[in-house]
Design a protein around this ligand. Structure first.
Ligand code: CA
Ligand code: CA
Ligand code: CA
Length: 848
């Protein structure tokens, strides 16, 4: 099966392989450069560097040359790489310039590996049957890169696992479910350019190995058996090899690669990439609806996503399920005229008149959706898993058990070591020259191994997310009387048990778990700080039980690397504490602690008192001695005031209308109303303590916000803030949902309930690309492969909310259902999930 020699094949074989794969139907079709700068024909698009590598996280599997075939992004990262299966932090080329040439139907990118003085142009040109890709070097390949630099193109595992590969039309195999290739050691030359220290350290820790190819030949066809994803790559130059990137990393893709030969410049690599395009292929319509269903007597609107070339029927139907399995039509109605957005068209299907409780499906264009209920209480069971499932699993410094399963043992008992000065950490944390701590660099800071949550798919404890969770849950508890109790939490024993009520509301217990960490930081170094994170990439990339990331023993430099002495060890694996004092953290902690004091009252009065006292102290200290800002987290001027504003509002409420918070709320409002969505709206929470004049000002602000908002939302098909960044926007939609609830409550004559319900229905499935609920295990069809810390098992954490679709630039919305490794679409975070808990309760309150 393994062809280890990569002898060049005669040109005649290459040409026959090339023409044999050309389907007659497509041989004449010609891709064209679109106005938005990529190569396109019906069913097939090729983008070149419209998406670039991330400045911090580097390889996100969304960069360089990318291929969209029959509605799926099948391949990414097409460019020169220095190893067969590079990983997230491995070297990528620097983009100098990209061009789209309409006249010649050609995309070019000027690129460089400056450390190797290698400059080249990547050229992708339309040709009959597909595209021709060539790598044109400015100078012959540097000797140091001989046998290392090659053109790579990575294929999506969720499509190609279990599919065939065919080499030169005669040698066949199937890509296995799990990687199984022999590894060989590939040491970099001793005089290789220096990498960043954390990359060097990682390379040494993980070992310099790369897999041998599954196969090598002049032409490789993937998924010959599947007309949707069949694609052939043939090389005019060095042979093509197929590698399995999963041998190195669970998030690896399948790589096709040809080495760059020495001595050549123009056409150093020439490939022909030919899909087997289905003539006149159109993407089937996608009917987006709420997977949790709809309450009677409220709007029910599905959004239908249409390929512009699809001949769209003008009406859709609603059918009701009978106990005998029959479906009875209860409604047929028109869809609205399709309107374009990005690369698709969108139409609404309003079936609000269907109100009788039951189980329903929508039928459109020969498809029937999955079932959804119409019932008064559809939102009432949409947030519990987020609270007693996902958030519980993310609890740090405790063990978490569910029935027979231990989600994780007690984690990070060795927290934490003082991070050194002038450090730039790979996950964005940093220190300057001043640590604002009386601990020496590397010294153990006692007392930090308590409370808090893992931030996301990784295991760091980052302060702003913790504050958001505390504030959201406190607010949800006070506003909606969240008495849900299915967790037993014992902070002394450090144990959490799911499905075992203990008489204390879980929201209160989660709030307490959050403030234990915030208060621990304050006690340890005198102020809140940014957080704690694994010190190296080997630990950072850990997937498995959180309790086994570190050895749980405090590091001592008096012990050898493998020595243990009681609670101490010589292994420097403890997390770093990034202790820099920052004004937005001072205020962030004050806001979180003030809000927590309200939720804890009656359950843990001493802790409630300590939270409020500490919040007041932080406020007072920050006003007496403002912390100089070392780094701006809030972008535009005026946004800095938001931190103080949030603290002022929370302290105002926690002190029952106390001063100086009331005065400060009045003073800050004119500034923060410019950033209404980012916190200015919280004025609605302050209303009970403010006078009529303030209410008048807020009313005006709400009116102008609503006008702007309605105009903005009208530009998108889904009526919620669109996801146009490099990370899916579900969190913004959830926050929008709860914000609009509080504005509706304060000014029902201005703001209706429909915004909050739209946000909830969006997150539950009424969104682009697919109708999959973004909250795992909530709704009939939900996201069941996600980027939680159990992602190596290809599974989910109940109740976690994913970011959802992003736009692959310039116009391809993507949210891949059966793949969980794209963090920008799939990574749960605790703050986002707490946004959902609040929004879902708001939707429930509005409809009952
Ligand atoms: Ca993180
Ligand atoms: Ca409980
Ligand atoms: Ca340790």
């Amino acid at each position: 099966m393994y062809l280890r020699s990569i002898a060049a094949l005669p040109q005649a074989i290459l040409l026959s392989a090339l023409f044999a794969t050309l389907p007659a139907s497509f041989a004449g079709a010609q891709m064209k450069v679109t106005d938005s700068g990529y190569l396109d024909t019906q069913g097939f698009s090729v983008m070149l560097y419209q998406n670039t590598y991330h400045p911090v996280f580097v390889d996100e599997k969304n960069a360089a040359m990318q291929i969209i075939l029959h509605g799926q992004r099948i391949a990414t990262n097409g460019d020169v790489r220095l190893m067969p299966t590079p990983e997230q932090w491995d070297l990528v080329a620097k983009l100098k310039e990209r061009k789209a040439d309409k006249e010649h139907n050609r995309l070019t990118a000027d690129l460089s590996f400056p450390a190797y003085q290698m400059d080249y142009t990547l050229e992708v040109t339309a040709e009959p049957g597909g595209v021709r890709v060539s790598v044109n070097l400015d100078k012959p390949l540097p000797e140091k890169l001989a046998g290392r630099a090659g053109f790579n193109l990575e294929f999506l595992p969720s499509i190609y696992t279990g599919k065939s590969y065919a080499v030169d039309g005669k040698q066949f195999g199937v890509i296995p479910r799990s990687p199984q290739d022999p590894m060989q050691q590939v040491l970099p030359p001793a005089d290789d350019p220096k990498k960043l220290p954390y990359q060097d350290e990682w390379d040494q820790a993980k070992g310099y190995t790369q897999p041998l190819p599954l196969v090598t030949g002049g032409s490789i066809t993937l998924a010959a058996e599947n007309p949707l994803y069949r694609v052939n790559v043939s090389s005019e130059t060095a042979p093509v090899s197929l590698y399995d990137g999963r041998n190195r990393a669970q998030n690896g893709w399948f790589v096709l690669r040809s080495l760059i030969p020495s001595g050549k410049t123009e056409g150093a690599v020439v490939w022909h990439i030919h899909p087997d395009l289905i003539p006149n292929w159109t993407r089937p319509p996608m009917v987006a609806h709420s997977q949790a269903g709809y309450p009677p007597n409220f709007p029910k609107v599905a959004v239908i996503e249409l390929d512009p070339n699809f001949d769209a029927p003008k009406t859709a139907k609603v059918v009701r399920l009978g106990a005998d399995g029959s479906y009875h039509q209860v409604f047929e109605g028109p869809i609205t005229a399709p309107t374009p957005w990005l690369r698709y068209h969108y139409a609404n299907f309003d079936f609000s008149t269907v109100n009788e409780p039951g189980l329903y499906a929508i039928e459109y264009a020969g498809q029937r959706t999955d079932l959804f209920p119409i019932a008064r209480d559809v939102y009432s069971r949409t947030w519990q898993s987020s609270l007693d499932g996902f958030l519980a699993v993310e609890m740090d410094h405790v063990s978490v058990r569910e029935g027979y399963r231990l989600w994780h043992g007690v984690s990070h008992m060795d927290d934490a070591r003082q991070a050194p000065p002038n450090t730039q950490h790979f996950d964005g944390y940093s220190t300057g020259p001043n640590l604002d701590s009386h601990y020496n660099p590397g010294e153990h800071i006692p007392g930090l191994n308590v409370g808090g949550w893992f931030d996301a798919g990784d295991y760091d404890n980052i302060a702003p997310s913790q504050y958001t969770v505390i504030e959201n849950l406190s607010l949800a508890y006070k506003e909606f009387g969240l008495k849900w109790d299915e967790l037993s939490v014992d902070e002394t024993a450090r144990t959490v048990e799911m499905h075992r009520p203990d008489g204390v509301p879980d929201a209160v217990q989660q709030v307490k778990h959050g403030v234990l960490q915030v208060l621990a930081q304050y006690k340890a170094v005198g102020h809140p700080f940014m957080g704690m994170i694994e010190p190296n990439l080997r630990e950072y990339t850990h997937l498995g039980d959180a309790a086994s990331i570190t050895d749980e023993r405090i590091y001592s430099d008096k012990l050898g690397p493998n020595e243990i002495d009681g609670n101490y060890s010589g292994k420097p694996d403890d997390r770093w504490a990034f202790t820099t004092k920052m004004p937005f953290l001072q205020y962030g902690a004050a806001a979180a602690l003030a809000s927590a004091s309200r939720a804890l009252k009656g359950w843990d009065d001493p802790l409630a008192k300590e939270c409020l006292e500490t919040a007041i102290k932080l406020w007072d200290e920050e006003h007496a001695h403002p912390t100089p800002s070392q780094r701006s987290f809030y972008g535009p001027p005026g946004m800095a005031a938001i931190g103080e504003w949030r603290a002022a509002v929370q302290l105002l409420i926690a002190t029952d209308g106390g001063e100086p918070y009331k005065t400060r709320v009045r003073e800050l409002f004119p500034t923060v109303r410019q950033h209404f969505a980012f916190g200015g709206w919280m004025a609605a929470l302050a209303l009970p303590y403010m006078d009529a004049e303030f209410k008048q000002q807020l009313e005006e602000a709400v009116k102008s916000y609503k006008t702007e908002l309605d105009a903005d939302l009208a530009k998108t098909p889904f009526g919620v803030p669109p996801s146009l960044g490099t990370w899916g926007g579900s969190s913004q939609v959830a926050a929008f949902g709860s914000r609009m609830y509080f504005l509706h409550k304060a000014f029902p004559q201005i703001v209706g309930p429909e915004y909050t319900l739209r946000a909830a229905n969006y997150l539950l499935g009424t969104h682009p690309v697919s109708s999959t609920s973004y909250i795992s295990s909530v709704g009939t069809v939900s996201k069941l492969k996600a980027y939680g810390n159990n992602r190596a098992d290809g599974t989910f954490i109940p109740g976690g909310m994913i970011p959802g679709y992003i736009v692959i630039k310039p116009d391809f919305p993507e949210s891949i259902d059966d793949f969980g490794f794209l963090w920008f679409e799939n990574e749960y975070t605790v703050s986002t999930t707490s946004d959902w808990i609040l929004a879902a309760n708001a939707a429930d309150a509005l409809t009952r």
